[in-house]
Design a protein around this ligand. Structure first.
Ligand SMILES: CC(=O)SCCNC(=O)CCNC(=O)[C@H](O)C(C)(C)COP(=O)(O)OP(=O)(O)OC[C@H]1O[C@@H](n2cnc3c(N)ncnc32)[C@H](O)[C@@H]1OP(=O)(O)O
Ligand SMILES: N[C@@H](CCO)C(=O)O
Length: 399
């Protein structure tokens, strides 16, 4: 069974056995992974049970995480970085043989960079519900088979709850900063509201305080694309020869449209045609279609459909005001010095949402304003525009 492999390319050989086992998130009931076991540069912490907001209970939670730099004697230099929807714990490379040389934020995290690993102890966990080593739907339940459809609904607050268990386990009482972009920004702001005494500085990049109806609508069509794939089988496909690759790839294509800006797509691809005949004759496809196909298929080789569903549902759950009054009342709890950053072309989480956060926070380093970065790249600019995002983070960390 090879549920990670897309229908049309790349064989499964690139998925190492260690990675496959890590993706399954084997808890101690099977004894396959022990505390501190490593796969590549990842570490794993078995954190015991977690009560969820819904009232359900996960009998065992394991988080994969990675670290850079050294924790100082006072444990006062820890920076928590929370990844976005389809990210993972691998922020950056490490020096020396046998280590990967880069990660998804290696222009921002590293020696001498904005989040300077010569000064800070940086920690990045893979979120609860994910598929890059942390407990998620592809993990084994106590019955010894993948959770699949039985994996419970988790919220942003539940995911922060799991990260808190990890921080407790590692003796990280207080973070010098908690930083997150996109879905990671949802985690970061929840950290600062739920545990204000543990967050000295907060950076929320391209994220909202509340997932809006528009965002939930965009998410709902992606979820439906997965659920209507016959290979999804309600989420119980792990023992089948084929996984729901088509549905997952379609969801990713839809998502990518929210991540990039119309101007970028128009200028980059124009009406370019890839094929022997022109667009009126068929026999090929538009370059932009090829781009979406490429990213859709590539995604199925690294992500589990059930995780995608549960993580998107978690984003839908995001409402920092739930049970806390107005936005101003909810954010009044925050004591951290804060940076709120938006991107002018972000059509997923538009800058109005970051301005609303900044206006309601007691203390940002720019008064009650969000920093607005100008970029053609849309939402994904927080992953691409290191020269614009890095200095803002450096200023927060220097404050
Ligand atoms: C933490 C997180 O948020 S998740 C981790 C990072 N995110 C991801 O990996 C998600 C998927 N990728 C992305 O979102 C983007 O690639 C980013 C944000 C990481 C980087 O953006 P960019 O540098 O602008 O990359 P871009 O979107 O142009 O993709 C480049 C790829 O598209 C391919 N491509 C470009 N045009 C076409 C086309 N017409 N047809 C087919 N493929 C194409 C390129 O060959 C390249 O392939 P490669 O990935 O094998 O090198
Ligand atoms: N490219 C990012 C966008 C979501 O923030 C991801 O895939 O996670």
């Amino acid at each position: 069974m090879d549920w990670q492999t897309s229908e049309d390319t790349v064989p499964s050989a690139f998925i190492t056995e260690a990675n496959r086992r890590a993706l399954r998130g084997t808890p101690p009931v099977t004894g396959a992974w022990r505390e501190g076991d490593e796969a590549g540069d990842r570490l794993f912490a078995n954190l015991g049970p977690l009560e969820l907001e819904s009232g359900a209970r996960l009998p065992h939670v394991r988080l994969a995480y990675e670290t850079w730099g050294e924790l100082n004697a006072e444990a006062s230099n820890a920076v928590l970085v929370c990844h976005a929807l389809t990210g993972d714990s691998h922020l950056a490379g490490k020096p020396g043989p046998g280590h990967p040389t880069s990660g998804w934020w290696s222009g921002v995290v590293g020696p001498g960079l904005a989040i300077d690993t010569e000064r800070f102890f940086v920690i990045a966990p893979n979120m609860l519900g994910g598929c890059q080593g942390s407990t998620g739907p592809a993990s084994f339940s106590p019955e010894g088979a993948e959770w699949g459809s039985r994996f419970p609904y988790v919220t942003i607050r539940d995911q922060v709850g799991a990260q808190r268990l990890l921080a407790d386990r590692l003796g990280l009482e207080r973070f010098f900063a908690v930083v997150g972009g996109s879905m990671g920004g949802m985690h970061a702001i929840e950290w600062a509201v739920t545990h204000p005494e543990r967050v000295e500085r907060l950076a929320v990049l391209a994220a909202p305080a509340i997932s809006s109806a528009d965002q939930i609508a965009l998410n709902s069509v992606q979820l439906e694309a997965i659920r209507m794939d016959p290979a999804f089988r309600g989420g119980d496909y792990y023992d089948e020869a084929e996984g729901p690759y088509r549905g997952l790839a379609l969801a990713r294509r839809m998502a990518l449209l929210n991540y990039r800006s119309p101007d970028e797509l128009n200028e980059r691809f124009e009406r370019s045609w890839q094929g022997v005949l022109d667009p009126l004759g068929g026999g090929g496809r538009f370059a932009v279609e090829s781009y979406l196909d490429f990213h859709g298929n590539k995604f199925t080789r690294r992500f589990d459909a059930n995780s995608y569903v549960r993580l998107v549902e978690a984003m839908n759950s995001h409402d920092v005001t739930r049970g806390r009054g107005s936005l101003a009342e909810a954010l009044a709890a925050v004591t951290a010095r804060s940076l709120v950053l938006g991107i002018d072309t972000d059509r997923l989480f538009p800058v109005e949402q970051q301005q609303a956060i900044a206006a309601a926070l007691p203390s940002t380093i720019h008064g009650r304003e969000a920093v607005v970065v100008s970029s053609p790249f849309g939402h994904d600019a927080f992953l691409i525009e290191n020269d614009l995002v890095g200095p803002q983070l450096a200023a927060l960390l220097a404050s």
